[in-house]
Design a protein around this ligand. Structure first.
Ligand code: BV8
Length: 243
């Protein structure tokens, strides 16, 4: 399908997944050698796994938190292109990411929802406080707010837990003129269902930008395949060039 003219006053929703951060040096989950090829998600990304072995889960996220804060992990041209789109698209852009890294923020995106939480935040099970945390967490770490030990967990949405800001996301999907899915396998719900929610309204153009066709590829009006750091800047240039 050729791309219709997208009115510059039309709001855009962008969904990103691990693929947008792959060229920055962060592993994806389901590609060869990905995170779930090394650990069972049931052991490290579920409430039951945390109850069974909290130290294992804390170490899984400590390892990823240390990796994210290494100097060579930087936003790539795809992250920067989306920050530029937010700055220059008149109709507004909401960036919904499944990623828990902070590369979108570091590239300059501000209209941003981390629907699966954030690796650099922790939540206290005792007082509920959520705060920035870039160090290791152990089962004894005292909460930086209430100072009680043993209740600090990653502020991350595990399987079986409700993703964050779903009302805000749903309203944006209802209102958008363009929905763009970038770097996600379309395997995890409810994020994987966003494209069909948009299509049901029938008012928005839907685009997939990915390395390979996702599970939901057939749901998109348009698709481009290739590395995000190459195809996302080109896509953004075309969009901004149409204003
Ligand atoms: C919930 C934790 C409900 C943080 C993650 C139907 C409806 C609702 C729920 C379900 C449903 N069916 C099943 C469910 C349950 C479940 C689910 O979806 N299971 C799956 C396995 C079938 N969903 C849930 O449990 C969700 N919660 O629904 O709650 C509820 C209702 C009432 C009360 C309570 C609850 C919660 C889901 C969140 C789980 N947490 N992560 C962390 O540790 O990171 S999800 C996990 O997968 C990741 O975090 C990531 O966010 C997510 C998606 O992965 P992708 O980002 O897509 O990465 P992937 O590796 O799969 O793919 C990478 C893609 O990039 C590939 O396509 C590749 O081609 C591409 N790529 C690679 N390199 C590049 C590239 N593209 C471009 N350039 C490149 N260079």
């Amino acid at each position: 399908m050729s791309r219709p003219i997208i009115s510059p006053s039309g709001p855009i929703v962008v969904l990103t997944g691990a693929g947008i951060s792959q060229e920055s040096g962060l592993d994806t989950f389901r590609c060869a050698g990905g995170v779930w090829s090394r650990v069972r998600l049931e052991d490290v990304a579920t409430p039951d796994g945390f109850r069974r072995d909290p130290a294992l889960v804390q170490e899984f996220y400590n390892d990823r938190r240390r990796g994210l804060t290494e100097a060579h992990i930087q936003p790539n041209p795809a992250h920067h292109a989306l920050a530029r789109l937010e700055r220059e698209w008149p109709g507004g852009v909401l960036l919904v990411t499944q990623n828990i890294d902070d590369l979108h923020e570091r590239a300059g995106s501000t209209h941003l929802v981390h629907m699966h939480g954030e690796l650099l935040k922790v939540r206290c099970l005792r007082c509920g406080e959520i705060g920035h945390w870039a160090e290791d967490v152990t089962t004894d770490t005292p909460c930086p707010h209430c100072h009680r030990p043993g209740g600090v967990r990653p502020h991350v949405v595990w399987f079986g837990e409700m993703p964050l800001e779903m009302d805000r996301i749903g309203a944006a999907l209802d209102d958008c003129a363009l929905f763009v899915s970038i770097g996600t396998s379309g395997h995890v719900y409810p994020a994987a269902g966003f494209v069909s929610a948009v299509r049901q309204r029938g008012l928005a153009h839907t685009v997939e930008l990915n390395l390979d066709p996702s599970d939901g590829a057939s749901m998109f009006n348009e698709a481009q395949y290739g590395p995000a750091s190459e195809i996302v800047p080109i896509f953004v240039d075309e969009l901004l060039g149409s204003i």
